[in-house]
Write a protein that binds this ligand. Structure first.
Ligand code: UDP
Length: 238
């Protein structure tokens, strides 16, 4: 299945990939490696928007399971995504890539607030814009934040870099016979509850006709391979 034609991409990385081999938090060495991957997308001529999760630091739902109010936990989770965004900004700028972090929760001493038209201008100037703090609302995820920003910024695709190399018909960690889809429809993902992104994010992409490209960010060079059509991935589309 050929990759969709992409000029502007939203790359979403799960927070857990920033842990490297650690069990928690941020491994700066690994973030530097990921930054090189992100740079390859930029170097291939694309305009790049970036969203990073926060699950390596905090998830509201996990806090709620231990007695924290869900909304408080969710705000903590959103703050975690800002830390990840700053770590990635630092790593990208060490590679000479210009970036701006824009947060859905304004914190003017740390980064810019999210302003769509300003983000547009940054992209035109060749900067990577890192969108932090998800949607800015509790009860959502950074996947939904990514789908929302991809729609707002008119991205041609949402590339989800994660620990698995695509979408499977069952969990490959538990079922050795699980098979990977080359392409799969939004409707199938939603009706079968396949683990791609949460349902809100998938529905938002369906409504706005944004293909979701799920691939593994763990292997070096994978962003370039996927973009050139030589990669292993699953494309979720109509
Ligand atoms: N979060 C939220 N609203 C958002 C985005 C994120 O409340 O719009 C919180 C939520 O608690 C979530 C946490 O931030 O669990 C970290 O984000 P996520 O779980 O999406 O990170 P990932 O799984 O991609 O690492």
């Amino acid at each position: 299945m050929p990759m969709p034609e992409i000029k502007r991409v939203l790359l979403k990385l799960s927070g857990e990939v920033l842990m490297g081999e650690q069990e928690y938090g941020i491994d700066p060495g690994y973030v530097a490696r990921l930054a090189e991957e992100v740079k390859t997308a930029k170097d291939s001529g694309l305009e790049v928007c970036l969203v990073i999760g926060g699950g390596n630091i905090f998830r509201g739902i996990a806090g709620a399971a231990k007695g924290l109010d869900r909304t408080t936990g969710d705000y903590m989770g959103m703050l975690a995504t800002v830390m990840n965004a700053l770590a990635m900004q630092n790593a990208l700028e060490k590679l000479g890539v210009q970036t701006r972090v824009q947060s859905a929760i304004p914190m003017s001493s740390v980064c810019e607030p999210y302003i769509r038209r300003r983000a547009e201008r940054h992209l035109e100037k060749g900067r990577i814009v890192i969108f932090a703090a998800g949607t800015g609302n509790p009860f959502f995820t950074t996947d939904t934040g990514a789908a929302l920003r991809a729609a707002e910024m008119n991205c041609d695709a949402l590339m989800k870099g994660t620990s698995v190399d695509g979408v499977y018909d069952s969990d490959p960690k538990h079922n050795p016979d699980a098979t990977r889809f080359e392409t799969v429809s939004y409707d199938h993902v939603l009706s079968q509850n396949l683990k791609v992104m949460d349902a809100t994010a998938v529905a938002l992409c369906r409504e706005n006709d944004i293909p979701i490209v799920v691939f593994s960010i763990r292997e070096k060079g994978n962003v370039a391979r996927v973009l050139s059509g030589d990669g292993v991935q699953t494309i979720v589309q109509k």
